[in-house]
Design a binder for this molecule. Structure first.
Ligand code: NAD
Ligand code: DAU
Length: 352
């Protein structure tokens, strides 16, 4: 029996990780700790909420006493930490919230793990911190891919906050011997991603005939990975990664934003029965994001060579799956964008 605390499990990636662990490991108790911010949505987990090995606890990772209480109440011996403020554009408008949750929240979890695990010893314990490739900064077009030894050079308040959290995690390993692993992953896409991020935002806008605001000239490059492949990678590192190590996770799938948007337009038009290319006229080149990183690309050979993980899904197949999911689940998007969800959870759980 293991008691695993997954933070941010009601969010996009967290919900896929919770589902994988609840289903694959019936002998584990999975405790999902989530504050249910605008990005947290328990509907993402409707299919596992009644499973006997699943428990949801609403809490803020910054609340140290509440986190310690959860560690003790559930006798937590493993942590997979995903809770975060995750959207770069929001971090440009409101950096404080990002520092609070991503830096202080991570510190609060680390300190809780250290305090609660010290009594019984670190044997059999693991703290897995889920982070991003954005901590490495930006690549030029001809540069070699990011690997685990690439120097940190974050540019946005979001990536600065994630970089800081990564440093705290490693500091707890080096100073107190906390058994940590860190993963830094590239851009995820798939079902249940909040429609502020490029792919779900544009699927929704195409569906509604709204403009598609491409920042700058659309030449920025991202490395795309289907979210279920990320969840599989987390499983591999959580169980088999070497303590104290970092593993980069990526899709080996670099696309410029404009290439991606054109593929997306074609896929949506085909699946809704529009004439080919009709929605391309919705593309608008708009003012660039401040500090917009030109290119991210991950060298994921360490996790492949050491743990045998590699992406299982090609991009066109993953994109088609994703578009189909959003078209089949329009109500999901409408609820999270209309504020109905917000009101519903305020009623259920009180003010946020
Ligand atoms: P998300 O925004 O969809 O979900 C974040 C979740 O964290 C939500 O459920 C939210 O309610 C919860 N949360 C936020 N603040 C909290 C707090 N103070 N206490 C408790 N819960 C809180 O994010 P995501 O895209 O699923 O990303 C999850 C993690 O993976 C983040 O740490 C992110 O930095 C990292 N990551 C994301 C990507 C990506 O492409 N989305 C890529 C690499 C790494
Ligand atoms: O690289 C991993 C990161 O990927 C994660 O750590 C972040 O949590 C996640 O949000 C994502 O960050 P990005 O900034 O790359 O994702 P986003 O979907 O916001 O943007 C993808 C690219 O598309 C980026 O170059 C900006 C551009 N873009 C985005 C939006 C929302 C546009 O051109 N127009 C838009 O409206």
């Amino acid at each position: 029996m293991r008691n695993i605390l997954i933070t941010g499990g009601a969010g996009f990636i967290g919900s896929h990780v919770v589902r994988l662990f609840v289903k694959r490991y019936p002998e584990y108790r999975i405790v999902n700790l989530d504050k249910l911010t605008y990005a947290g949505n328990l509907a993402n987990l409707a299919d596992v909420e009644d499973c006997p090995n699943y428990t949801f606890v609403r809490a803020d990772i910054c609340d140290f006493e509440a986190v310690c209480d959860i560690f003790r109440r559930y006798d937590i011996d493993g942590v997979i930490h995903l809770a975060a403020e995750s959207h770069v554009d929001r971090s440009i408008k409101d950096p404080f919230t990002f520092a609070r949750t991503n830096v202080l929240g991570t510190l609060s979890l680390l300190q809780a793990a250290r305090t609660c695990w010290q009594e019984s010893g670190y044997e059999g314990k693991r703290f897995h911190h889920v982070s991003t490739d954005e901590v490495y900064g930006a690549l030029g077009f001809g540069d070699a891919l990011f690997n685990e030894t690439t120097r940190y050079e974050p540019h946005s308040p979001y990536s600065a906050s994630k970089a800081s959290s990564d440093h705290f995690v490693r500091a707890f390993h080096d100073t107190y011997g906390l058994p940590v692993v860190v993963t830094n992953c590239s851009n995820n896409y798939g079902p249940c991603q909040f429609p502020e991020k490029l792919i779900p935002l544009f699927i929704n806008n195409i569906r509604l005939g709204r403009p598609l605001p491409v920042y700058g000239r659309g030449e920025n490059v991202r490395d795309w990975l289907y979210v279920e492949d990320h969840a599989q990678a987390i499983d591999a590192v959580f169980h088999r990664g070497r303590t104290g190590e970092t593993y980069n996770i990526g899709g080996f799938c670099e696309l410029s934003n404009i290439e991606l948007v054109k593929m997306l337009v074609k896929t949506v038009d085909r699946l809704v029965g529009n004439p080919e290319g009709r929605s391309e006229s919705l593309i608008r080149f708009v003012a660039d994001r401040a500090g917009h990183d030109l290119r991210y690309a991950i060298d994921a050979s360490k996790i492949r060579d050491e743990l045998g993980w590699q992406p299982s899904l090609g991009f066109s197949e993953g994109l088609e799956r994703t578009v189909r999911w959003y078209l089949d689940n329009e109500e999901w998007t409408e609820r999270v964008t209309s504020g109905e969800y917000e009101r519903y959870y305020k009623q259920m759980y009180g003010q946020r």
